[in-house]
Design a protein around this ligand. Structure first.
Ligand code: 5GP
Ligand code: ZN
Length: 114
């Protein structure tokens, strides 16, 4: 989608600090990190708008998102633990309507989240 920020990052028309990629998924550092490691994992092709839009046909993509997250966590040295977050809608603070996971780690993250 031409007017989607994450589609433009996936296409390379907006630069990003890429940490890894797989066939369908791109991982890059969040521009406003909330932890020492804060990586976004996005499908390279637009998936609107969030986890609430997922269907059975996305099963392979979801496995790939989680699989690449685990690979990045290992690459980042997050042996002490890490967290995946996906925000859905305004109450969760979602700002980009393209499915994405936040990978957070590198400090004690606390539970429950704020
Ligand atoms: P959301 O709030 O939708 O769950 O997550 C969107 C994330 O994208 C935010 O954490 C925000 O900091 C990040 N973000 C927004 N614009 C950019 C950008 O241009 N580049 C990168 N790398 N991250 C961005
Ligand atoms: Zn998009």
């Amino acid at each position: 989608m031409a007017d989607c920020l994450f589609c433009r990052i996936a296409a390379g028309s907006i630069p990003c600090d890429k940490v890894a990629e797989s066939e369908q998924v791109l991982a890059f550092r969040d521009i406003n990190p909330q932890a020492p490691t804060h990586v976004l994992l996005i499908p390279k092709r637009h998936v609107a708008d969030s986890a609430s839009g997922l269907e059975p046909g996305h099963a392979g993509l979801i496995a790939e998102l989680f699989g690449l997250a685990a690979r990045v966590a290992a690459q980042e040295g997050l042996g002490g633990g890490w967290r995946l977050v996906t925000n859905v809608g305004p109450d969760a603070g979602q700002s980009v309507p393209h499915l994405h996971l936040h990978l957070l780690g590198g400090r004690a993250l606390g539970w429950p989240p704020g």
